[in-house]
Every structure is written in structure tokens, then in C-alpha cells.
Design a protein around this ligand. Sequence first.
Ligand SMILES: NC(=O)c1ccc[n+]([C@@H]2O[C@H](COP(=O)([O-])OP(=O)(O)OC[C@H]3O[C@@H](n4cnc5c(N)ncnc54)[C@H](O)[C@@H]3O)[C@@H](O)[C@H]2O)c1
Ligand SMILES: O=c1ccn([C@@H]2O[C@H](COP(=O)(O)OP(=O)(O)O[C@H]3O[C@H](CO)[C@@H](O)[C@H](O)[C@H]3O)[C@@H](O)[C@H]2O)c(=O)[nH]1
Length: 402
Amino acid sequence: MVKICCIGAGYVGGPTMAVIALKCPSIEVAVVDISKSRIAAWNSDQLPIYEPGLDGVVKQCRGRNLFFSTDVEKHVFEADIVFVSVNTPTKTQGLGAGKAADLTYWESAARMIADVSNKGIKFQILSNPEFLAEELSKLAANAFLAQRISSVNAMSALCEATGANVQQVSYSVGTDSRIGPKFLNASVGFGGSCFQKDILNLVYICECNGLPEVAEYWKQVIKINDYQKSRFVNRVVSSMFNTVSNKKIAILGFAFKKDTGDTRETPAIDVCQGLLGDKANLSIYDPQVTEDQIQRDLSMNKFDWDHPIHLQPTSPTTVKKVSVVWDAYEATKDAHGLCILTEWDEFKTLDYQKIFENMQKPAFVFDGRNIVDADKLREIGFIVYAIGKPLDPWLKDMPAVA
Ligand SMILES: NC(=O)c1ccc[n+]([C@@H]2O[C@H](COP(=O)([O-])OP(=O)(O)OC[C@H]3O[C@@H](n4cnc5c(N)ncnc54)[C@H](O)[C@@H]3O)[C@@H](O)[C@H]2O)c1
Ligand SMILES: O=c1ccn([C@@H]2O[C@H](COP(=O)(O)OP(=O)(O)O[C@H]3O[C@H](CO)[C@@H](O)[C@H](O)[C@H]3O)[C@@H](O)[C@H]2O)c(=O)[nH]1
């Protein structure tokens, strides 16, 4: 029987191997990791990663031809094919700090493979496009995608200033087949483990090759993304009489996009930290993100998330002004405002009349994903801010900056 071993039971290794095990029942797949808690979770009913359908796939194959283990060396030794899918965080110190990839975990995995591989077999090494150093095109593809979002987000600020509607602008622009309609949704900002990290890598490569102007150009994509998040916080604070101090604000959605529990580089972290900086009390609800994860995210330093979980520095205290609840109605009860930060489908069909009745007045909605019907909410009585849409009369008279 052919045996595969994947080093790293994370977002890439776990789901990829589960699907290989499902589709290739004659192959034995072992996913190994140095994190005991992560492997324990893969072997439990509560998987460490949420993705629609993943649970069913794992349950079907686990114990049959899919195994999760911390016995890294044994499985590498037995394997015919080894995948390496470990962390490559952005460096926080030394050469290229803040931009270059830290290859410590990758090198340690490669050395371990060499140490245990004493069978006298010659390994062939394949580099998947996701392994970025050799494959400039993957970096470029992610940079182009992120640039589209920053471009439409930059337009969203101009739309608010001029009374235009960014969704109409996106639609019109997207009908030009040279541009195309995808990835033109204005939002509170892009997140996820790849876009920022890959652009920072690209910037570093440009700088190392003596191309500061090109590096500056790509940096701007991240700057606009940061601007979009702080612009959102400014709108919240300035709309609410220039103070959110001790006001309850509901945060609906914390994951970086819908249908995942992944919070890496989610714009919700910066928005929440911005509001906490202005002393708001936050009540956060996301259907797939745990309280422990949210607390970690809000108390971790930039880039620390991309290390194995047991090596992440954790804050000794929880963020006191944050509560995490398991229901959107609970989160919004007695709140002065609610912010939609992830486009979960369930937020489109909430009973906003009921939510309005249970909120403080005036009641504010800040839609960072353009998923609610702003006019309907205004009929209910909400004051509504939606990214890149014509401003509510209330907001028109308020400065864009608090
Ligand atoms: N998430 C994505 O969408 C995505 C896409 C493309 C590429 N990548 C790249 O793929 C790689 C993995 O990403 P991920 O999202 O799965 O990361 P992840 O943090 O979810 O998982 C990495 C896992 O590797 C484990 N690990 C680290 N060092 C190890 C070692 N020496 N031995 C055994 N286990 C070890 C960690 O404990 C962790 O569980 C990264 O290089 C990332 O940049 C990720
Ligand atoms: O029009 C859009 C599209 C996306 N986003 C946001 O952009 C971020 C990234 O979204 P997406 O690209 O769908 O998620 P990822 O899983 O991060 O996938 C990206 O990163 C992966 C890792 O490199 C690549 O493999 C994929 O091709 C690339 O799309 C999320 O916060 C989205 O909400 C927007 O704000 N507006």
C-alpha cells in the first residue's frame, strides 16, 4: 500500500490530506504535527478547522486510511511520499523583519526528513506553486487579487464622498470583459493568511533586487487595506457622537470571510482593537470562532499567529471589555451599534425588527460587507452606514474622521 505522510496538520495539510484519503482509498495517509492539541482535535468530534463538508470527509476516512498522529518520525520513515505543509511566518526580527518569510519550521522539517530517511532511497523534490520562493507567479496572482480589492475599496471612499454607489461602480467596471466581474466587492478590508504575507514577501524581493519604486507600489495595496479598516472605525466613532466609551457595540462576524473559522489577519482584529482603543465594550458573535481564539487574536502581537499553536506567546489576561456570545440577538441586546464584519449568510436573514427593539436608541448598523438591505433597515429606524454607499442623512453631517 502506498503511504503518504503530511507534516503539518493545519489549514492546508489537514483538508488536502482528508480529500486525498477520500478519493484514494488504496492510499494510506498520515497527517503528523508537533502540536499535540491540534492532533488531539483532529482525532476528536470537534475538528480544529471548520470548512463546509470537512467534518463528513474526515469522519468517513479517519481510522480507515486517514490517521492523525504526533509520531512524526515514524510516519515520515514509513512514507513513500512526504508533503511538507508547515508554518512560514513573516519574520519579526533580523534580516527582512516585517516582510521576509521565516523558514525555521520548514528547514527543521526538511532536516528531520533527511535524518530519518536512511533507506538509501533518493527522494525527488517537487515544489508546489503554493511554496512561494520559486514561484513568483503565485505571489503575483495573490498581489493582483489583493490589489483589486484595495482598488475597489479606494473607490468606496470616493463613492461615499461623492454620493455614488460602489456596487454600481463595480458592476459597470466588471462588465468590461478585460476587467471581469469577480473580486470587486468593497469591504471593510481583506484578510486571510496569504494576501498580506505574500505582498510583504513580494515587497522584500523587490527591495533585495534594488527596485524600491516597485516595492512602494505593492506596499500601497496594504496601506489602503489598513486605511479601509481605520476608516471604518472612524465612521463608527464619529457617527456615535464622537464617543463609544463604555457603549456596548455588537460585532457580528470575526472570521476573515464566511464559511470558515479562520481568523488569520481578519479585518475584525483591527476594527475591534480600534474600538477597544476608544474604550467600547464589545459583544462578539461568530458562528464558527471560539472565545479562546478571539481572546488570543485580540491580545497577540502582529505576526505571532503564524507559529505552531503551542509556541504562540499568549497574553496572561483576557481582554476584559470583550465578551463572546453564541447568538446574534444576545450580542445586539442593549447595544448602541452593530458592526457586520463577516458576510455570513445568516446575518442577511436576522430579524432586524426584533434587534432594533432590543437596542439602545439611536440604533446604528455599520455594514462592513454590504450584505443587508440598508433601505429596509432605515425603514425600521436604524441609522445605517454601508461601505461605499450613499450616506445616511445622519452621517452626511458627521465628519468622516472622529
Ligand atoms: N492557508 C492557506 O490558504 C495557504 C495557502 C497557500 C499556502 N499556504 C502555505 O502553506 C503552509 C501551511 O499553511 P497552513 O495555513 O496550513 O498553516 P497552519 O499554521 O494552519 O499549519 C501549520 C502546521 O504545521 C505544524 N508544524 C510546524 N512545524 C512543524 C514541524 N517541524 N513538524 C511537524 N509539524 C509542524 C504546526 O504545528 C501547524 O499545525 C504555509 O507555508 C503557508 O504559507 C497556506
Ligand atoms: O471581492 C472581494 C473578494 C475578497 N475579499 C476579501 O479578501 C480576503 C481573501 O479572500 P479569498 O481570496 O476568497 O480567500 P483566501 O482563502 O485567503 O484565498 C486567497 O489566498 C490563497 C492562499 O494563497 C490563494 O490560494 C487563493 O487563490 C486566494 O484567493 C477575504 O477577507 C475576503 O473577504 C473582499 O474583500 N472582496
